[in-house]
Each structure stands twice: as C-alpha cells, then as structure tokens.
Design a binder for this molecule. Sequence first.
Ligand SMILES: CCCCCCCCCCCCC/C=C/[C@@H](O)[C@H](COP(=O)(O)O)NC(=O)CCCCCCCCCCCCCCC
Ligand SMILES: Nc1ncnc2c1ncn2[C@@H]1O[C@H](COP(=O)(O)OP(=O)(O)O)[C@@H](O)[C@H]1O
Ligand SMILES: [Ca+2]
Length: 579
Amino acid sequence: SLWIGNQRYRATLSGWYFSWTELDKKNREKKTVSVPVAEVIGVEDGRVEVQPQKKVEDTDREFTLFYVKRSGRGSSQKGLWSLGRTHFRCPSRDLRDQWVTQLRTALKTHSPSRPHKLLVFINPFGGKKRGKQIYHSLVAPLLELAGISSHVVVTERANQARDHILKKDLTGFDGVVCVGGDGMFSELLHGVIGRTQQEAGLSEHDSSGVLQSCDLHIGIIPAGSTDCVCFATVGVNDPVTSALHIIIGDSQPLDVCAVHHKSSLVRYSVSLVGYGFYGDVLAESERHRWMGPLRYDYAGCMVYLCNQSYQGTVQFLRADPGLSSPRDKTRCLSGCSVCSESKERLFPLSDSCSLYSDKLSQYSEQSEGEWTSVSGRFKSISLTCMSSSCPKSPLGLSPSAHLADGTGDLILVRDTNPLAFLTYLHRHTTSQDQFDLPFVEVHRVKAVRFSLPLGEEDEEDERTEQNIEEGVMEHPDKPCVQSPSRSISQQHLAGPARERGTPNNRKKRDFLCGLCCSKPPAVSVWNCDGELLPHTEISCRVHGQLVRLYARGIEDELRIWGLCEDSRNCNGKCVLHSQ
Ligand SMILES: CCCCCCCCCCCCC/C=C/[C@@H](O)[C@H](COP(=O)(O)O)NC(=O)CCCCCCCCCCCCCCC
Ligand SMILES: Nc1ncnc2c1ncn2[C@@H]1O[C@H](COP(=O)(O)OP(=O)(O)O)[C@@H](O)[C@H]1O
Ligand SMILES: [Ca+2]
C-alpha cells in the first residue's frame, strides 16, 4: 500500500511497469495509472518539486516519482509530453527505501540506452533568440533530475558546433544536442557524419560509396525558425517534450541525402533539397533575417509574386515500388513497419534472418536499375528524405514519406499559372492531397541528378575559384544582399564545398533585388535544409538510416489517419480533420 495525499493505492512494480490503483474504503479497485519503467525520469527521496524551482522536503516516509506524462487524448496538443510528478507516502521509512532502491534498479535494467553525458550546443541567435533561456529554464533542470551530466557550449560563430564535433575529444559523450533550428541541427549532422567517416577511414566525396552509420546520437531542442527536423521526428516542436525523449534515450534512425557536385560532397540533407520556389524563398529570406521566423512568410509572398519557373533536367533512380509509395496514404509513425523492415534490407549482414531476401533478389541494392529522365520548366523541384512536416505544414511536403526507409520523395512541380501554384502551396496547410494536381508528380527515389539546359551549365570559372581560394574576392553569390546578416549567410556558404574552394555559380539572384527585374533569371539556387548551395548541377543519393536521433517518430491516436475517409468517420478527431 502507498498513499497519495489521503488516498490509499495498491502499487506494483512488475517487469516493465510501475502501476498504482486507487482503492475505495471497501478495498475495491478503482482507477489505475501505469507508467512504463522506461518512461520514469527519476525517483527522489522526500517531497521534491522541480517546477518552478527545485524544492526538497526531506520527509522519511515519502518518495517522489517523476515520469513522462502525455497530453490527453483528443487534446489539441497531440504528442506533447510533460513532466509528471507524484508524491507517494509509504507505511515506514524502511519500505520507502525499498521502493526507491527497487525503482532505481528497474530503471537501470529496463533503460540501458539512456545517455549519461551529453555535449550541448546552444545557438543564441536562432529563431526568436531564446535558445539560452529555453535551455537553462526548461531543459537543464530535467537533465539534472535524470542524473545526466552535460557540457554546454554557447556558440560564438556559425559552424563552431560542427568543427567542435569534427576535431575535439568526444570521449565519454553518449550524444550531442543542439538548442536551435534546422541550421544548428545541420551543423551537428555534418560533424557527426564527418567524424564517423574519418574514424572509419572512408571518403565522404565518393558519391557511390557506402558511408558508415553513426553511433553518436543527436538530440534537438527546438529553438529555431522552421524546426522541421524536430517536428517531423517528434510530432511537435516543444523543448520539454524533446528533452524527455533525450533523457529516456529514445532512438530514431534517419535517412540522410548526400549532395554532390562533380566528385565532391557539397552537403548532407535530411529534410528539403529544393530548387526554384524553395531556393528563391531561402535566398530572399536571408536578406531579412532580422524579421526572425517571419522572414520565410515575407519571402514566400515576394517570391510567389515573382512567378518564376526554371528549366532543367531531373534524372532519378526509383526505389522499389513494391515496398511503399508516396501516394499510399500511410504515415510513418513510431514503430513504423516499413522502416523496421528497411533495416534488414539496408544492413542485411547485421541481422540473422531477412524477410526481404526474396525482394532483395528482384531489386538489389547493388543493381541500381534504370535512371528516369524528366526535362522541362519547373516552378519547384523538391527532394525530401522524410515528410518535412513543420508548424507551417502539419503533414509536410510529402505526408507519406518515411524517416528511415532508405528513400526520398522527389516532387516535381511543373510550370503552371500562379493560381494553380497557389493551390499547390495552399494544400500543404490542409489535408487535401497536394500531389493530386495535373502539374505535380511525385516519385519515391534512391538518387537524383539535376542538370541545366545546354548553354546554362554551371560555369567552371577558374578565376573565380582561385580568387575564393586565395580569399581576395567576396563569394559572388547573392550580389544584392546588403543587410548585416550577410556575415551569417556568408558563413553558411563556408561549408565543406566552399572550404575546398569549389566553383560557384553566379548571376542568378538579380531578380530579387528589385523584385523581378526586367530580365528574369534563368537559374535558381538550391536550398539544402535551409542553406544555399554554391552549385546548380548536383547529384543526390539517399543513405538509409545514416544517423540516429533521440526521438521515436510520431506517436499516437493518429494511427487512424490512414483509415479516415471523411470527417464523419473520425468525428473530426483524426489528424486530417482536426486541423
Ligand atoms: C499559401 C500557404 C503556403 C504554405 C506553404 C508551406 C510549405 C511549407 C513546406 C515547408 C518545408 C520545410 C522544409 C524545411 C526546411 C528547413 O530546413 C529550412 C531551414 O529552417 P531554419 O531556418 O529553422 O533553420 N527552412 C526553410 O528552408 C524554409 C522554407 C519555408 C518555406 C515557407 C514558404 C512559405 C510560403 C508562403 C507562400 C505564400 C504565398 C502567398 C501568396 C499570396
Ligand atoms: N553564434 C552564432 N553566430 C552566428 N551564426 C550562428 C551561431 N551559431 C550558429 N549559427 C548559425 O546560424 C544558423 C541559423 O541557426 P538556427 O539555429 O538554425 O536558427 P534558425 O532556425 O532561426 O535559422 C545556422 O546555420 C548556424 O550555423
Ligand atoms: Ca526516407
């Protein structure tokens, strides 16, 4: 027996669960609360509070249990986690000590993958510039409660986090965490992948080579502008929810797209590699960084009004159509079977049995298959390894994409009239199928190549290349950018490609200076997870499950999503109809 206040409960700790059942005066059982041991955050002697401030009342018969608490069913805050806290009173001090010891032992046994030590990078300038405050007031107290030690680095420049991971001693750290947006996540991604390849003696520049998947986990505390990676892997962008996923050591593998130009690596991407509309929006938004997250809406409207389209040829290698399709109306949710079966396909030697051996023989990872080619004028070309859902688009660029199936979705939006394109964009904010439009096509792919029409190819201007290398010339991209934020965006370009002095394409952002100059540009720019790429002709390849995040995919009642035909079936409660 345990007491909460004056109410008596029957408590049990059996295997995976700690449960307490309310008992009435006649010992009849009433409501039960069950907490999986894997979701216990901590057990403390006495009456302990952590919010708003830590307070300990050391009473000898009491203990406090902290655990993951989910927001109620049907709540508008689906997927939101908070810290649950219950004070239990035991019949004696001895029994209290036994409960605390047993719970702590169970925690060790059932949660072997929890981190003990984390390296945390805070971008003080991301999003609404609240990174430091978010970390110190919401996240640090939870880590302390869970007994996780952390080493915190507040960044002073772009790429500091990436360089730290690439070069410094990381002995003892179980994971790296960023407090910031998709740009900060991208720094960690590049650091972790780069370091793993260095240690494995593999070259990142070999576009057909296999990369070593990374052991160091990445955690994201959302404090940025789009927070797409966090939203698409957790389901919400909430710092406390993400901190709790980190603490309990959740693990979500993630596909990564490697972008190459000729024979060198340009960048990695997990969410959006976009040309045309999304590239132009990013280029325009960089000039308005001072607006914070609103810069994307402003730039989106401006670029929409410019009504540009761009010529090019897209070639792609299809993924096995027998496994899944971008239009199959399913969703990649926590425990997704498509992703777990992909693990056996992607790493056939790591598991003893392979359900997929027959499928493998028809569609081997070795035999690449045929490249398909599509040429024309496009409003937008997007490749995304995951749904890319974010607060702006709750179902994302490709709602049925999978986080860890080794494929990406290629979305081609051909040139069309402005109203039709607006319909396409608007469908990202509703449950309507954005692919069910005559000028839109979507393909599930393993690799993509983009080339410009003859005469418009990437210029290999040796002089420009040399000048950048010698540091005598400013990077010629975005010649019209004048705001002080330039320094930040210039540093963005100082990614792997720029450091090796690869050439840059030119003459393209002019129309954004005066909002559509007389001569429309022939070439757009690639947006790679919020970074502008310095090349136009690129090739992309998806590396299945290359990194792992402290997340578990989107959980829930949203499982009905695939079944819901109309709002009457779900009473307006499913994710499609509750928007
Ligand atoms: C009419 C409403 C149209 C809404 C269209 C919403 C589409 C949203 C798709 C979002 C995909 C997001 C992919 C993630 C990208 C991020 O990695 C990356 C970096 O994020 P960070 O700054 O946090 O580091 N973010 C981005 O590149 C931002 C792309 C956002 C594009 C938003 C465009 C808004 C468009 C508004 C158009 C309005 C047209 C209205 C005309 C009257
Ligand atoms: N201290 C810093 N000063 C300037 N730029 C930084 C700093 N720390 C990180 N950055 C860069 O700022 C960019 C944007 O950061 P991010 O956290 O993604 O915010 P947002 O979502 O608002 O774009 C990232 O690409 C990152 O490399
Ligand atoms: Ca994928």
